[in-house]
Design a protein around this ligand. Structure first.
Ligand code: HEM
Length: 150
């Protein structure tokens, strides 16, 4: 039982850190449904304003995540969660219209990781692009040269 709990917590942190660096949707769009006074004096977001939320930029901002390009799953370890700014991690959106598939995705990623890593060992090769390059013509973040379907 403890091992299962550990697997669950470790994979949660790994998934969270991966989606922090590489959020599949790099930005969110929404519309303010009422006037909102921000913490910046004089800055009011009027009802009806269209908002663009740059998730990738926020999640890679060194003022929010120290050493943002480094893969550090411990940022999302259970004991560190209280230090986290809740709205600074948004790969699945937030609020009443956030992703309904969030838990299902976590489940699928865990099963895939378990199945792949229990039988294989992965190592970078001379053809592995480091840093990862994204497909330029895609609206979602996708590694260059890897196609979702053919
Ligand atoms: C890693 C995988 C996934 C990511 C990163 C992701 C991300 C997102 C994001 C960013 C949104 C918009 C949320 C917002 O505007 O605040 C969204 C919406 C949505 N997602 Fe996902 N998603 C994933 C997988 C899935 C899966 C597996 C399903 C279905 C089984 C799903 C179903 C939906 C639906 C139906 C919405 C629209 C919800 C609404 O408008 O009320 N997603 N997702």
């Amino acid at each position: 039982m403890r091992q299962l709990q550990r697997f669950y917590e470790t994979t949660s942190a790994i998934i969270a850190e991966t989606l922090r660096i590489h959020p599949i949707y790099p930005y969110l769009k929404c519309v303010a449904n009422e006037d909102y006074e921000t913490t910046t004096p004089g800055l009011i977001i009027n009802s009806g304003t269209k908002l663009f939320i740059p998730i990738k930029a926020m999640q890679n901002d060194p003022e929010i995540y120290a050493e943002p390009t480094k893969f550090i799953p411990e940022r999302f370890a259970v004991e560190n969660l209280h230090q986290r700014q809740l709205l600074a991690w948004l790969p699945f959106g937030e609020g009443p219209r956030n992703c309904i598939g969030m838990r299902f995705s976590h489940f699928l990623i865990r099963i895939s990781l378990f199945s792949l890593l229990s039988k294989n060992k992965f190592t970078p090769t001379s053809r592995t692009p480091i840093p990862l390059a994204y497909e330029e013509t895609s609206l979602v973040l996708r590694p260059q040269g890897v196609y979702a379907c053919r």
